[in-house]
Ligand binder design. Structure first.
Ligand code: ZN
Length: 277
């Protein structure tokens, strides 16, 4: 039982028959749940449509930093009404991308803040995209109350290592690629770390350190399909069933069985997205 916490069935290049084919592959695979993550208004509508079509699919809605320059107040109103639908379980992906800078930084920061406020208003989980913007992402999350006592009080405490219970801010650092130290800081604040295909890459020392040092209780796995294909399929188009290679690598790093790594990351994700089924 595996949970792909971040996928894009809503990828712009997919036609209806592609989505049906991929859905069929997911149904035949070890994957029991996926979250289809929006990156603009249209893809968020599509994520919801997929979630309402397939029982194993849930949606997140939000404006990606790349799209920030095209965002406006009217769209925010539409995101708000989308977010209230039952199968929408998070606001995302939102954040900052200073690597490609496809939108001006001021626009990225402005809509990042507004969408954190939206998630707080609706008491919803948040999925964060951070590329080469570590410090600003952390500062803005803190300033907008993403880790506040109040926000943490909306969500039950979660199981930490060795039978402890710790606060949960329901903030997911998607496809985490930062340092071990920053990951530890995030976990202390109440965030959750999601690992993707790059932890299967041989030269990825940082990813290895993060996977080694962050307790399994704070980890989810994802594909970010169609991007970031894990080994041994690197170079091909990614899709949710391949999350099993990321789980296998995580199990190897943690010294536990594949089944255990799959089960724990799946349970963590079900708690994060409040999935009872
Ligand atoms: Zn994504």
């Amino acid at each position: 039982m595996l949970f792909d916490s971040h996928t894009h069935l809503n990828n712009e290049d997919y036609k209806e028959e592609d989505v049906r084919r991929i859905a069929g592959e997911i149904e035949k695979s070890k994957v029991s749940y996926v979250v289809d993550v929006g990156f603009d208004l249209e893809s968020s509508y599509n994520a919801l449509r997929h979630a309402e079509t397939y029982p194993w699919c849930y949606a997140a809605v939000g404006c990606h930093p790349h799209e920030a320059s095209r965002m406006d107040e009217d769209q925010l109103i539409m995101f708000r009404s989308l977010a209230k639908k039952d199968k929408v379980r998070a606001i995302g992906e939102i954040g900052l991308d200073y690597y490609r800078n496809l939108s001006p930084r001021e626009d990225q920061q402005y809509w990042f803040r507004r969408q954190i406020k939206l998630a707080n208003e609706l008491k919803m989980p948040i999925i964060i995209h951070d590329r080469d913007a570590n410090q600003d992402v952390l500062d803005i999350l803190k300033e907008e109350g993403a880790f506040s006592e109040e926000r943490c009080s909306w969500f039950p405490k979660r199981r930490g290592p060795e039978g402890t219970f710790v606060k949960d801010a329901r903030v997911l650092m998607h496809c985490y690629s930062g340092s071990r130290e920053l990951a530890q800081q995030y976990v202390k604040l109440g965030a959750t770390i999601s690992l993707a295909g790059p932890i299967t890459y041989k030269n990825n020392r940082k990813g290895l350190e993060v996977a080694e040092s962050i307790p399994l209780e704070f980890l989810l796995v994802e594909t970010d399909a169609p991007y970031l294909t894990p080994e041994p399929f690197r170079g091909r188009r990614n899709s949710s069933p391949l999350v099993e290679y990321t789980v296998a690598r995580l199990a190897e790093i943690k010294g536990i069985s594949f089944e255990e790594a799959g089960k724990i990351t799946c349970e963590n994700a079900k708690v994060f997205f409040d999935i009872k089924l």
